[in-house]
Ligand binder design. Structure first.
Ligand SMILES: C[S@@+](CC[C@H](N)C(=O)[O-])C[C@H]1O[C@@H](n2cnc3c(N)ncnc32)[C@H](O)[C@@H]1O
Length: 204
């Protein structure tokens, strides 16, 4: 659904996921969005050529903890165009008292937000394709401090913040360089890690 929301703002959106079921569901849901391409592909295999050039935006929602952290962060600068942004909503393993305090607050806030956003239980017929896909799950292994340290080393100037709802956010902008003749005609591009929902039900 994130791809559909972002599509009007970009020339093209490429969504990738390694899971066949997630790709099939996303492709079916977005078949009427001509600017969106969904591909089954691992992040480590993805190159700028796969989406026609460097991206203006890369997003990952509950995905970075699936990847080799250092390797994934190291790949980002080559995938982004100058001035392009990486926006991550991620999960971290609690590793400090501050992390635990955020988890306790999230444990209270999560069900409250769930009740506000979904006051009645979801039913299969609520979804045009007969329900949500089975989203692959994995617990995070890196702590917030480890993620922040790795990101700072790989992406100078990165901003990493703890958030409620068992999430952190990471934001980085690739420094701009003088525009070349080719850069001036580059098309906006977007890589997007398949997102169906920002789950309000704890860890995904
Ligand atoms: C927890 S889901 C998140 C899905 C979606 N972003 C959301 O918020 O609902 C994590 C997704 O990452 C995908 N994934 C795992 N390893 C991957 C990899 N190496 N390359 C691309 N996608 C991967 C999984 O198949 C899964 O669909």
């Amino acid at each position: 659904m994130l791809a559909a929301k972002l599509a009007p703002h970009f020339t093209h959106v490429t969504g990738i996921d390694a899971d066949e079921g997630m790709v099939a569901t996303a492709s079916a849901r977005l078949r009427d969005c001509p600017q969106v391409t969904i591909r089954r592909c691992s992040f480590v295999e993805f190159t700028p050529a796969d989406c026609g050039g460097e991206a203006d935006l890369i997003t990952m929602v509950a995905v970075l903890h699936w990847l080799d952290l250092d390797d994934a962060l190291a790949r980002i600068p080559a995938l982004l165009a100058p001035g392009g942004r990486l926006l991550v909503v991620g999960l971290a393993r609690p590793g400090s008292l501050t992390d635990l305090a955020f988890d306790v607050a999230s444990g209270v806030a999560n069900p409250v937000m769930g009740m506000i956003k979904h006051p009645r239980a979801a039913r299969l017929q609520d979804h045009s394709l007969g329900g949500q896909p089975a989203v692959p799950l994995k617990d995070p292994t890196a702590t917030f401090a480890e993620i922040a340290a790795a990101a700072t080393a790989r992406l100078p100037g990165v901003r990493v913040r703890r958030r409620l709802f068992f999430r952190y956010t990471l934001r980085w902008e690739k420094p701009r360089r003088a525009r070349s003749a080719f850069g001036a005609i580059a098309w906006p591009r977007l890589i997007y890690q398949v997102m169906y929902s920002l789950a309000c039900h704890g860890r995904v």
